[in-house]
Design a protein around this ligand. Structure first.
Ligand code: FAD
Ligand code: DLZ
Ligand code: SF4
Length: 508
């Protein structure tokens, strides 16, 4: 009897395990645009449009390749809200003796899939998710018995496994990591790279109209320009390698008031939909090094983000879920300030980062980490609320990658499992790495007083409040030494300013 293969909307990869296991001559593929998936957070409209358009294009490609694809359009007749409803509906129309999926990108969905044998009385096979370099069992084996998990050591293993930037068993250039060279501020030169833009075709125009009309979503839909097929994603990759990679390393940590992308790749959208393969992306960067088109600090830095951080956060997610989502090691309890959703704040760095987010469903890593993330950390936002925000507003956001980055890397709510120290910083860091402060109503040089930069008092207050938890961390010794030098009157004034900010945060 024929089998049923469910393709999740973010698993559009050509090497999908279900496609390798099923037979187009006898089996059916199932895909669906589902109300529950569009509403479990208040997603950005461009994120939903991207996923729907990419799904529709992929379904057409699969049909062209000879597959029978059963595709549920959003709002199509029938009460089909969830993946479970989708499978139930299909089984009511045709008989299948087995359901086959690939490991989903969210624990929530895996939990749902695990109930299907009982619900439908059919065997359910969960195949590996082939969008990643490191199988989950290998990550578990690597993590097993280690006192401390550190990305750097995992990354070296991935370098050896893939052979990327390796020469005769040694790292190319004799160093594993060139991060020290990647911390320049950007002062307008070289000109920022322009990402490749794709005009919406008819399919994308239809989903944009659908989202505008039928789905309550965050952010704007104007100027949608994202790649929605593998062909377009490959063009975007080639464009990035040519135009931005050479400077990616130097300005990786930079921020700029009037530049949304700088030298970032904007490839996370396509990588996380399976339109690009991580190793293919890294090989393209490696080739640029071999061709003398990009320096090693850029190429190594870029590859580290993909086979290092991206694989590492996914490994941590599956190693620790579902308990991970509940952690709150710093006991952060503040509600998320309202202007995270509206962008209406006088703090220029926040206003600009949120405006970029509203416009593009994108902000680059340093904006996510050191602006919106840093504020949430030092202000003490409840992890659940800030995680929900990040999961909603970015078009590359899925639980496997958003949660460890937000809860672990930004909020330190896992007590240091993912990263060795919280990335807490005052306004001085934001000033050093960009030019927002020049345009801000607050004074970055001041720590107390009505006009003082809110990041400053919150930063010292964060260190003070978390002294017991963080003081012993060797990577924070300098920070605590500076706090120690502060006299009690000054510290008291800072505490009062921080308290005022907490009580009046929505007016900032
Ligand atoms: P580039 O700067 O060009 O980097 C190249 C690639 O490296 C990215 O496309 C991405 O695939 C990978 N990468 C870089 N850093 C990370 C990282 N920390 N974790 C995983 N992959 C990484 N990334 C997501 O893909 N989805 C998310 O939901 C997401 N949420 C984040 C939340 C917070 C609080 C923070 C601090 C980071 C988050 N990131 C997330 C990581 C990173 O910010 C984005 O991957 C990156 O900004 C995407 O833009 P880009 O493609 O231009 O990246
Ligand atoms: C994020 C998302 C959205 C908005 N919509 C859909 C959808 O309609 N259909 C679908 O199959 N997937 C969607 N997704 C992605 C899922 O939420 C989920 O992250 C993955 O399918 C799990 O791999
Ligand atoms: Fe941000 Fe403070 Fe600088 Fe204003 S002064 S842009 S709030 S860091």
């Amino acid at each position: 009897m024929p089998r049923l293969g469910l393709i999740f909307g973010d698993q559009l990869n050509e090497n999908h395990a279900v496609l390798e296991c099923l037979d187009p001559a006898s089996d059916t593929l199932l895909m669906g645009e589902l109300t529950d998936e569009t509403s479990y957070v208040w997603h950005h409209g461009k994120k939903i449009a991207l996923i729907f358009s990419a799904m529709r294009h992929r379904a057409a490609e699969l049909r062209d390749a000879g597959w029978s694809v059963c595709y549920q359009y959003f709002g199509q007749e029938g009460e089909c809200r969830s993946f479970t409803d989708l499978v139930r509906q299909r089984l009511s129309e045709a008989d299948h003796d087995e359901i086959v999926v690939s490991w989903p990108g969210e624990w929530r969905v895996l939990d749902e899939v695990r109930g299907w044998e009982a619900t439908f009385g059919k065997p359910v096979t969960v195949l590996p998710d082939t969008r990643f370099v490191c199988p989950l069992e290998d990550f578990e084996r690597w993590a097993d018995g280690r006192k401390q998990l550190r990305m750097e050591y995992f990354y070296r293993l991935m370098r050896k496994r893939t052979g990327l930037l390796m020469a005769e068993g040694k790292p190319s250039g004799d160093s594993w990591n060139y991060d020290r060279e990647n911390r320049k501020a950007w002062r307008g030169q070289p000109p920022a790279a322009r990402p490749m833009r794709f005009s919406p075709d008819q399919v994308t125009c239809e989903v944009l109209a659908l989202v505008a009309e039928k789905i309550d979503s965050f952010g704007g839909l104007e100027d949608f320009d994202l790649p929605v097929t593998r062909g377009q994603a490959r063009q975007a990759l080639a464009h990035f390698i040519r135009s931005a990679l050479p400077h990616f390393g130097d300005y990786q940590d930079a921020m700029a008031d009037d530049e949304d992308w700088l030298f970032h790749s904007r490839l996370s959208f396509s990588l996380n939909l399976g339109l690009l393969d991580p190793v293919e992306v890294c090989r393209a960067a490696e080739q640029a090094l071999e061709d003398d088109e990009a320096p090693i600090n850029a190429v190594e830095g870029f590859i580290r983000q993909i086979i290092g951080w991206r694989e590492y956060v996914r490994g941590i997610y599956w190693l620790k879920m579902p308990e991970y989502a509940e952690l709150n090691a710093l006991d952060s309890r503040q509600p998320l300030p309202e202007w995270y959703w509206t962008g209406k704040t006088g703090m220029r760095c926040m206003e600009k980062t949120i405006a970029t987010t509203q416009r593009h469903a994108y902000a680059h890593h340093i904006q996510r980490l050191m602006v919106t993330g840093n504020f949430a950390l030092i202000f003490g936002v409840l992890p659940k609320e800030i995680c929900e925000w990040y999961l909603a507003v970015y078009a590359d956001a899925y639980d496997w990658v958003e949660l460890p980055n937000t809860l672990g890397m930004v909020m330190h709510a896992d007590g240091g499992l993912l990263g060795s120290k919280p990335y807490a910083a005052s306004g001085k860091y934001i000033q050093r790495m960009g030019d927002y402060c020049k345009h801000c109503r607050y004074k970055v040089a001041d720590t107390v007083g009505e006009k003082s930069c809110p990041f400053n008092a919150l930063y010292w207050d964060f260190l003070d409040r978390n002294r017991q938890r963080l003081e012993g961390n060797p990577r924070m010794t300098m920070m605590y030494r500076n706090l120690e030098r502060m006299d009690e009157d000054r510290l008291q004034a800072i505490r009062e300013r921080a308290e005022w900010i907490r009580e009046n945060v929505n007016t900032l």
